[in-house]
Design a binder for this molecule. Structure first.
Ligand SMILES: Cc1cc2nc3c(=O)[nH]c(=O)nc-3n(C[C@H](O)[C@H](O)[C@H](O)COP(=O)(O)OP(=O)(O)OC[C@H]3O[C@@H](n4cnc5c(N)ncnc54)[C@H](O)[C@@H]3O)c2cc1C
Length: 340
């Protein structure tokens, strides 16, 4: 379930929908704690989805090999019986004390109040590398997009696709049959993408007039009004400027990771990681836990399987805060079962 731009109350807010955040939903659910999960990316899965969806992982217990994407699909399924609410494509900006718990505010204005926060933020929020163009923010979400959710949104549009990696090349190929025009802007003739995809793109540019290669050019400026793009200026290193009439700009310059606002929440940090008490994963702030890659303690291993164990320990340590009047009796999942 996905929701946005509203005010919610829950038991646990999980910051980060990577593998560890997703498993924390399951662990909290088993202990009757409801969760909302927030991520700055439009899809769940953290590094597994964003960086290596097709690579096999060999050290997940009981799987001799499982791809990043398949692991995330399984974790989502495992969490489903507990009805987590996902708030995607938005970064947690502020965390403030609220009564006995916390209030979390996202970049979309979503407010969530909860007794407990679990930070499963990996290396920090993932976000697109933005091209340094004046006035860019006004076009974002209207005419400038960093990912494609639905191809149909671009039917009949004149599109500028910038970048030389897999995303740029794959989207040129995928949008060639819906766009009216695609300008491929890249600073050099060589692309860092799968050779087969590059050949397909070059063939499209040769045989039709939809795809046009604009090389060696870089993005230079935007023209339009009220967030509606009319043209994109591109320039060579020598300063030759060319104007491309366009409705949409898709810059694909990879992802950046930054700890961002987490660094300002009063948590004890050690080189961009959050220091925790290893037995409970508790931070120096009452009611805030940190798990997965972002947590650090003596002997920490940045492995998914360690993050899973940390999620279980944090959930057990969080239980008395969420259910102060009910003692926790440890039970195996085989005895307890899961809701159907
Ligand atoms: C190429 C590669 C191969 C790997 N292979 C293996 C392997 O074989 N075995 C293994 O165990 N590990 C492997 N890893 C490491 C593994 O992917 C990480 O240990 C794991 O992803 C950590 O999970 P996580 O949930 O803690 O964080 P992440 O997966 O990093 O997810 C954190 C999420 O939190 C979000 N976030 C952070 N801050 C905010 C905020 N303020 N607001 C909203 N969202 C926020 C981020 O956008 C991100 O989606 C590999 C990593 C890479 C890059």
């Amino acid at each position: 379930m996905h929701q946005d731009n509203a005010h919610h109350t829950t038991d646990v807010v999980i910051i980060g929908a990577g593998p560890v955040g997703l498993f924390a939903v399951f662990q909290c659910g088993m202990l009757k704690m409801r969760c909302h999960v927030i991520d700055s990316l439009p899809e769940i899965g953290g590094q597994c989805s964003a960086l290596y969806p097709e690579k096999p992982i060999y050290d997940i217990p009981a799987y001799s090999a499982i791809s990043g994407a398949e692991l995330i699909q399984q974790l989502r399924k495992q969490a489903e019986p507990f009805d987590p609410v996902y708030h995607l494509d938005q970064q947690v900006m502020h965390v403030a004390r609220h009564g006995e718990g916390w209030r979390v505010t996202t970049s979309h204005g979503t407010i969530i109040e909860a007794r407990v926060i679990m930070i499963a933020g990996g290396c920090g929020a993932f976000g697109p590398n933005r091209p340094p163009l004046d006035g860019l923010a006004a076009y974002e979400g209207n005419s400038v997009f960093y990912h494609v959710a639905r191809k149909e949104q671009f039917r009949g549009k004149r599109i500028v696709i910038a970048g030389g990696g897999d995303s740029a090349v794959d989207w040129v190929n995928a949008l060639a049959d819906v766009a009216s025009k695609i300008y491929v802007v890249h600073r050099r003739p060589k692309f860092r993408a799968a050779p087969q995809s590059v050949s397909q793109m070059q063939a499209l540019a040769k045989i039709g007039d939809v795809v046009e290669m604009v090389i060696p050019y870089q993005l230079h400026g935007l023209h339009g009004c009220d967030g509606v793009l009319e043209a994109v200026d591109v320039a060579t290193l020598e300063g030759d400027v060319r104007r491309l009439e366009a409705d949409i700009l898709l810059p694909f310059f990879g992802l950046s990771m930054e700890l961002g606002p987490i660094a300002t929440w009063g948590l004890q940090l050690d080189m961009s990681h959050i220091k925790v008490h290893h037995a409970t994963m508790h931070t120096n702030q009452q009611g805030i836990f940190a798990i997965g890659d972002i947590a650090t303690y003596e002997g920490k291993l940045k492995l998914i399987l360690c993050g899973f164990s940390e999620a279980a320990m944090a959930a057990h340590a969080a239980y008395p805060l969420v259910h102060p009047d009910t003692a926790l009796h440890f039970e195996y999942s085989t005895s307890k079962g899961v809701p159907l």
